[in-house]
Design a protein. Structure first.
Ligand SMILES: NC(=O)c1ccc[n+]([C@@H]2O[C@H](COP(=O)([O-])OP(=O)(O)OC[C@H]3O[C@@H](n4cnc5c(N)ncnc54)[C@H](O)[C@@H]3O)[C@@H](O)[C@H]2O)c1
Ligand SMILES: CC(=O)N[C@@H]1[C@@H](OP(=O)(O)OP(=O)(O)OC[C@H]2O[C@@H](n3ccc(=O)[nH]c3=O)[C@H](O)[C@@H]2O)O[C@H](CO)[C@@H](O)[C@@H]1O
Length: 488
């Protein structure tokens, strides 16, 4: 048994441990204050009242110290951070070792990426583990929320923490408790939108972490057998999504040959609860879904052919998009090598300031390789960072483009005055825009959910758009954000 206020191996009653936690007697350090780490630190602060956030980026730490949020598009986050910092319940530092020395609960929420050979790159997690080990005490509880390759807590983190701290490996707790959060709803999700999965490297770690999340979350705690199972749950959720989207993309590509809108067919098939086909699109981006399959692909001896193929299908979608654009251009006598193209939306998802693995990057590169001059518009990031010449939304009218490709339907694109723009080809990879009231020649990848085939106006379309749709008389267009549209 451990003396003091640590939860791991505590001899106190369950109620006493909860009281310690919620009264601020158990200091918490949260390592990584990014898109998910800052909301998580905020919720830890509102629950425990004693949180130090750690980030290697001094500008992030400076912002949080001022009671502000550097993460945009998260309802309630600015107010939460302002309140918690003002009340002295949350502070921030770049000094991970000092934070670790104070803390009894250590929460890791830094990115886990891939190296050049698509193998997991755990260097950020390793570096945080060094910080934690420097301040680790008997009875401390380490919680990993960063998505990890299954087996990492048991085989890598636990020996790492023990070796660097000099403690026996059963002197401190270690549990994997994955984020089930999504940008745009992070606070809602952390506070308990879904059951919280908890798995410890030993039973006592699982027990202690379950207490923490029972206090933090309004939803159930789902305690699984061990940390590796919990790690697998998170990676499986991501692989399911990647494989499902790959299926949607494979089916979506059939729209021209079948002479139907595949989106209409998918939406109709999804009437049945056993059928949940996701949305076709230009590919799968972000620093989660395209990465997680490799957490197993790079390490398992089983072939995992389906998972591997799904990655190939999704990674191929920017090329498919470029091919469709090239065909449309060629049908009006324009060579891609002479075309000027504007890409609308460079981030991987609408409203999220993130371009890692964004399909827009590969699309820009592919179009440029084929000789096109590529410009880009994005309200959140500089298109130049993705290789495209930056254009302002409000200056589009001054430019001439042979084509536009809608990759990521930010809501700011509602402002685009389509009827004022010279007529051009518009490849809509998301079924995001209704341009039927304009002169533009539209190609909707996989067709439109309302039944329009990929080429707007193709004879035989079953469903006509009713007059007076929003925006049509002003020449603007309503934007549907379909990425993840099948989610509940
Ligand atoms: N973004 C999502 O939708 C999402 C959803 C579920 C799970 N996750 C998991 O959460 C992890 C973090 O995601 P995110 O979106 O918050 O990432 P992010 O890129 O927005 O932020 C990561 C933060 O960690 C900081 N950091 C990097 N190295 C550090 C170190 N050694 N010590 C302290 N801070 C360090 C960075 O400066 C940055 O502020 C992901 O890798 C993933 O495993 C993310
Ligand atoms: C359901 C959900 O919210 N899952 C989340 C996901 O969040 P995310 O921010 O990575 O976003 P996604 O919505 O998964 O999109 C990824 C890419 O796939 C494209 N896409 C998506 C759906 C579709 O039907 N067709 C598509 O083509 C989309 O455009 C984008 O490029 O990962 C997090 C980390 O693990 C999870 O925690 C989190 O739950």
């Amino acid at each position: 048994m451990v003396d003091g206020d640590g939860l791991y191996g505590s001899s106190r009653s369950d109620e006493q441990q909860r009281a310690l936690l919620t009264s601020g007697r158990v200091p918490v350090a949260v390592y990584g204050l990014g898109k998910m780490g800052l909301p998580l630190a905020g919720v830890y602060a509102e629950t425990t009242g004693n949180v130090t956030g750690v980030d290697i980026d001094p500008s992030v730490v400076g912002t949080v110290t001022n009671g502000e949020s550097h993460v945009v598009g998260e309802p309630g986050l600015e107010a939460l951070i302002a309140d918690q910092v003002a009340a002295g319940r949350l502070e921030a530092t770049t000094d991970g070792t000092a934070a670790a020395e104070r803390a009894r609960i250590h929460v890791v929420i830094v990115p886990t990426l891939l190296d050049d050979r698509q193998k997991p790159d755990l260097s950020t997690v390793d570096s945080v583990a060094d910080d934690i080990a420097a301040g680790l005490s008997p009875g401390d509880l380490v919680i990993a929320e960063s998505t990890l390759p299954p087996g990492t807590c048991r085989d890598v983190l636990r020996p790492h923490l023990a070796g660097k701290s000099g403690l026996e490996s059963d002197a401190f707790g270690l549990a994997f408790c994955p984020e089930r959060t999504s940008s745009g709803t992070a606070l809602r999700d952390v506070r308990g939108q879904y059951p919280k999965v908890v798995g410890g490297v030993d039973a006592e770690s699982g027990r202690a972490a379950a207490i923490v999340y029972d206090e933090l979350s309004s939803n159930d705690v789902h305690l699984v057998s061990d940390a590796t199972t919990a790690e697998a749950v998170k990676v499986f959720e991501g692989i399911y999504r990647d494989v499902n989207i790959a299926l949607a993309n494979e089916l979506g590509r059939l729209a021209d040959e079948l002479e139907i809108s595949v989106r209409e067919a998918i939406e109709t098939a999804n009437d049945l609860p056993m059928c949940q086909i996701h949305d076709p699109g230009p590919g799968v981006g972000g620093h989660c879904i395209p990465y997680y399959p490799h957490f197993l692909l790079s390490r398992m001896t089983e072939p995992m052919e389906l998972t591997r193929t799904a990655r190939t299908v999704n990674d191929g979608m920017p090329t498919v998009t470029a091919d469709r654009l090239e065909e449309e251009l060629s049908s009006v006598g324009t060579s891609i090598a002479e075309a000027s193209v504007v890409v609308l939306g460079l981030t991987y998802r609408a409203g999220v300031e993130e371009t890692r693995a964004s399909p827009a990057i590969d699309l820009v590169e592919t179009l440029e390789d084929r000789g096109a001059a590529v410009a880009g518009i994005d309200p959140l990031v500089d298109p130049a960072s993705c290789g495209a010449r930056p254009v302002e939304i409000d200056r589009l009218e001054e430019e001439h483009f042979d084509a536009a490709v809608i990759v990521t339907p930010h809501e700011e694109f509602d402002r685009i005055p389509w009827t004022a723009l010279e007529s051009m080809i518009v490849v809509d990879t998301r079924d995001a825009m209704d341009l039927s009231g304009t002169d533009h020649r539209v190609y909707t990848l996989a067709g439109s959910a309302d039944g329009r085939r990929p080429r707007a106006g193709a004879s035989g379309d079953a469903v006509d758009r009713p007059d007076g749709e929003p925006g049509s008389e002003h020449g603007t267009a309503s934007v549907r954000r379909t990425d993840g549209g099948n989610d509940v």
